[in-house]
Ligand binder design. Sequence first.
Ligand SMILES: Cc1ncc(COP(=O)(O)O)c(C=O)c1O
Length: 404
Amino acid sequence: RSFGTPGPGYLAYIPGGGVFPAALADFISATTNRYTGIWQAAPALVQLEANALDWLRDAMQFPPEARGLFTPGGSMAMFNAIACAREKLLGTEIRTGTVFVSSQAHHSIAKAARLAGIAHDRVRTIDVDGNYRMRIDALQHAIERDRGDGLKPFMVFSTAGTTNTGAVDPLDAIADVAAREGLWHHVDGAYGGCFHLVPELRHLLAGLPRADSLTLDPHKGLFLPYGTGALLVRNGEDLRALHASHAGYLPDNQLEFYDPAQYGPDLSRGFPGLRVWMCLKIFGAARYRAAIAEKRELAVWAAQQIAAIPGIVMDALPQLSLFAFHLEGKGLDTLDAQNQATRELMERVTRRGKVMLTGAQVGERFLGRVCVLSFRTRRAEMETCVQHLVEEAAALVAQAAEQT
Ligand SMILES: Cc1ncc(COP(=O)(O)O)c(C=O)c1O
C-alpha cells in the first residue's frame, strides 16, 4: 500500500526525486567505502563534496566564507542550524533563549529546537497574514514581549515555501528585524530554496541570501533520492565552532581543507556529496535550472485552470510551484461541509490512480493542494490533474446541491 513518490503524477506533499545517476553514486560510495570524515583520508573525494557544497553556496549567493554540511534531510539541517545559533548566541545559558517561527513553519523546527535543548515553552508561534506569510508586526511584538519578560530572543526561522500552501515569508523584512534585534535568521528552504537556482525566479525569494543559515533539501529540488539534505551557514566558523573536536588517535585538525567531521556531528559517515556532485556533473546546472523553471510554469498554468473550475475557491496562488484551494457551492455552506467536500475531492482524484493529491489542515480550514516538483511531471500529468479535478468537483458540487 505504499505510493510511488518518483512517479510523474505525484503532486502530493512535497515531491521527491530519484534520478538514476544518484543510485550509481551510492553504488560507488558503498563499494569503494572510502573514509570521508576527514579530508586527509580521501582528499579527492572529500574535495568533491566540498565542491558540491561550494556550488550550492554560490547558487544561493552566500559569501565565500560560508560553509555547509550534507545532512540526511531538512530536519537534520534545521537541528544543526539551531544548535549552531544556540552555541554562538546563548553559550551555556540556554534556558532564557527564545526562538520564533510562523504558524505555518514546518514542524521539524519545533522538533529540532527540542533536540537542541530549546524546550517547547521557548518556541514562539507568530501569526501569518492573508497570504500565509509571517507577520512582521507580530514578530516584532513577540520579540519585545520576551525581552520585557527578561528572556533572550536569539533566533527567527522564516520559510521560503511552506509545506501547506507554498508561502514565502517576507525574507528581506525578517532579515531586517533579525539584524536590528541581533537574532540569528535561519531560512527554511527545504522546499523552495531550489528555485533560487533559477536567476529569473530569484525575485520570488528576495532576501534569501541574507540568511545566517539556510536549509536545503536536494532530495526535493535537485530530484535526488531521499537522504540528501543540506545546511549552509553564512559564517562557516560558527558551524566549525559547534562541531570541531579532536582525539589523540586522529591527525591534527587542519584548517586548509574541508573536514566534514569538523563541520557536522558525524565522524564515520557515508559519502552523500557524491550523489550531488555526480548528478550536477552529468546533467549540468543549466538542465537543473530548466527543469525547476518548468515545474513552476506547470504549477502556474494548472492553478489558472483550476481557479476557473466552478466551486473551487483559490486560497493560495502559486508563489513557487505549490497552490491551495477549497470547494464551495450550494449545500456546501458550512465550513465543515466545505472541509469534508475538499477532503473528498483530494481522495477521489487520487483514487483514479493517475495523479496523487493531498490536502492540509490550515487553521479551521482543510485545503486541497497541488505541488509540482517531480522531475518526471510534465504538461500531460497537469492536464490529467485538471481534468480529474473538473470532473470530481462537478460531481461533488452536484451531489451537495441535490441533498439540499
Ligand atoms: C518546508 C519544509 N521544511 C522542512 C522539511 C523537513 O525536511 P525533511 O523531510 O527532509 O527532514 C520539509 C519536509 O518535507 C519541508 O517541506
